[in-house]
Design a protein around this ligand. Structure first.
Ligand SMILES: NC(=O)c1ccc[n+]([C@@H]2O[C@H](COP(=O)([O-])OP(=O)(O)OC[C@H]3O[C@@H](n4cnc5c(N)ncnc54)[C@H](OP(=O)(O)O)[C@@H]3O)[C@@H](O)[C@H]2O)c1
Length: 296
């Protein structure tokens, strides 16, 4: 394939909203935004379609004449959406007596391209293409994630992987091959990089309440040290960024933390789990005494 393939996007949620605009900016014609047949879905899809010069359609009204279909629906909906689309695709192809939608992609980090089997049976080459990035509604345009250097995990049929790699390159991302058998483990890791990092930040707010701070105040006061820690981690690596009572081996201080956090069992549980993780992977001094404290 020489020119940029035309693309139809299924869904108008967090990923679709970002991806459609990024693809459009990179010169890929977006033909259709395919919504479910409910007023809310149509409304969101209409707004997205207007941004990228596409038509808002449902599966039954879609022309499905794009070269590539990109399913941006929740993991649990991918197979169902693939079935619905494949039925329509076969009907359209029969009418026009040619195969349309040569490629179909989904973006689940955990599920393999096999979820798209119904579309494969309808003649499309399929792949999964997962960006290791977080996309959320409501982010300020100046904070929209840049695709530059974003890793995209890819697996599937050769032809679909070829086209996916090209699209990722045009977006500024970096694709890498991830065997289907590794996807669940890969996605467990990916979930820790952002969603569970946020769960940790929320636990921090809970711990700050023990010190009498409000959640908002805790967030504001902790951001400078959090930012500096990430900058150190990026430049110096984990071991040289590690400060605090564990690297000094101050067991008495840790004992005080554990005592005061008994009234906040959720925060205490996370503290203990992370202190144990630090003993496994970071230069903790006074390990014997700390081990006793943390395993009691
Ligand atoms: N968000 C991220 O940061 C991120 C990052 C990497 C990968 N992903 C992947 O991207 C995919 C989408 O995630 P998301 O976060 O964008 O989810 P989301 O915000 O919940 O959006 C899902 C969209 O799919 C639509 N939808 C659901 N079922 C559908 C169906 N059967 N047919 C057509 N449209 C349907 C929903 O519309 P209605 O409910 O209004 O009908 C909604 O517009 C997932 O596979 C996820 O793993 C997401």
């Amino acid at each position: 394939m020489t020119g940029k393939p035309s693309i139809a996007i299924v869904g108008a949620g967090s990923l679709a909203t970002f991806l459609a605009v990024a693809l459009n900016d990179a010169g890929f014609p977006i033909t259709e935004i395919i919504a479910r047949d409910s007023p809310r879905s149509r409304r969101r899809a209409r707004a997205l379609a207007a941004k990228v010069g596409a038509q808002m359609v449902t599966a039954s009204s879609a022309a499905l004449d794009a070269t590539l279909l990109w399913l941006c629906v929740p993991d649990r909906e991918i197979r169902r959406a693939a079935w619905v689309l494949s039925d329509h695709l076969v009907a359209r192809a029969l009418l026009r007596q040619k195969v349309i939608a040569r490629f179909a992609l989904h973006s689940s980090g955990a599920l393999s391209s096999r979820e798209l089997d119904p579309l494969r049976k309808a003649g499309a080459a399929v792949a999964s293409v997962h960006p290791l990035m977080t996309f959320v509604a409501g982010a300020h345009p100046s904070e929209h994630p840049s695709m530059t250097g974003v890793p995209f995990a890819i697996e599937g049929d050769d032809a679909a992987m070829r086209v996916a790699r090209r699209i990722v390159r045009e977006l500024g991302g970096e694709s890498f091959l991830l065997p289907a058998a590794r996807k669940a483990a890969y996605h467990a890791w990916a979930t820790m990089t952002s969603p569970l990092l946020l769960a940790f930040l929320v636990t921090l707010e809970e711990a700050a309440r023990a010190a009498g701070l409000t959640r908002q105040d805790a967030r504001r006061k902790s951001l400078p040290i959090i930012r500096q820690t990430l900058a150190n981690y990026s430049r110096l690596g984990p071991a040289r960024s590690f400060s605090g009572p564990l690297v000094r081996g101050d067991a008495e201080t840790v004992a005080k933390h554990l005592a005061v956090l008994t009234k906040h069992p959720g925060a205490r549980e996370v503290y203990v789990a992370l202190a144990r993780a630090a003993m496994r992977g970071l230069p903790v001094k006074n390990q014997d005494e700390l081990k006793q404290l943390l395993h009691d």
